[in-house]
Design a protein around this ligand. Structure first.
Ligand SMILES: Nc1ncnc2c1ncn2[C@@H]1O[C@H](COP(=O)(O)OP(=O)(O)OP(=O)(O)O)[C@@H](O)[C@H]1O
Ligand SMILES: [Mg+2]
Length: 209
């Protein structure tokens, strides 16, 4: 059965699609089969894949949300789900089917509050199922900023699982979005960050299995 990884944050623009697409490319490069559901009405990541000239991204299978909901059986190693920046009924269903939930988060109050909503939603649900771990990834950061370490400390104090890998603010993330490619082979430092993040995610999924 496919391991489901959902990218969620109630706050828009936190980097869900960017991380989802780039992690898909890395997983493909590592030899995994990957499918993607774009549950956002804007279909940003679906358009990214369908319009891509990127050799890795062109191997990502796009799955229709309704089809997945109906059968739930997809014959791939990883199913990545990109969601929209609001808590929808569909998002709730995805969260409960996930092996891992990734919440990208800018170093901003709104993003942190948005991340918190996902935590609260899962905690308060009394569904009798094993809930997926949430991995919060600080995105668009300046690693030299003292605010970053302060925010990480604060999140950890609040019991949030913060990824060791932070994703830097880099123009290449926006450029590759416009050009419908991944950062892999386009920008080495960005690729390294995505590789590290993907490894963290894979380790977490293995540990929970
Ligand atoms: N680390 C980064 N460095 C620079 N730009 C980034 C970074 N991450 C994302 N961006 C840019 O920020 C914008 C928002 O990112 P993205 O679309 O991934 O967010 P999102 O959470 O999917 O947004 P939405 O809620 O609208 O779906 C995009 O233009 C993207 O290229
Ligand atoms: Mg998006």
């Amino acid at each position: 059965m496919a391991k489901v990884v959902t990218f969620a944050n109630v706050k828009g623009g936190s980097g869900k699609s960017t991380l989802c697409i780039n992690m898909a490319a890395i997983l493909i490069r590592e030899g995994y089969s990957v499918a993607l559901i774009d549950a956002d009405q804007q279909k940003c990541s679906q358009d990214w894949i369908t319009g891509t000239k990127d050799k890795l991204l062109s191997r990502v299978e796009i799955i229709d949300q309704a089809e997945f909901m109906a059968s739930k059986k997809v014959d791939v190693d990883f199913m990545l789900i990109d969601t929209q920046g609001s808590l929808t009924k569909e998002m709730a269903q995805f969260l409960f089917q996930s092996s891992l939930i990734i919440t990208p988060c800018r170093v901003s109050r709104d993003d942190i509050v948005g991340q918190g909503w996902i935590e609260v939603f899962l905690k308060q649900s009394n569904r009798d199922i094993k809930k997926a771990p949430i991995l919060t990834v600080l995105n668009g950061v300046n690693k030299r900023s003292s605010i970053l370490s302060h925010v990480i400390e604060q999140l950890k104090e609040d019991g949030v699982q913060v990824a060791k890998t932070c994703i830097s603010q880099r123009v290449c993330f926006a450029e590759t979005n416009v050009n419908k490619i991944s950062v892999i082979g386009y920008n080495k430092p960005a690729t390294e960050e995505i590789v590290d993040l993907t490894n963290e995610a894979l380790n977490l999924i293995k540990r929970e299995a």
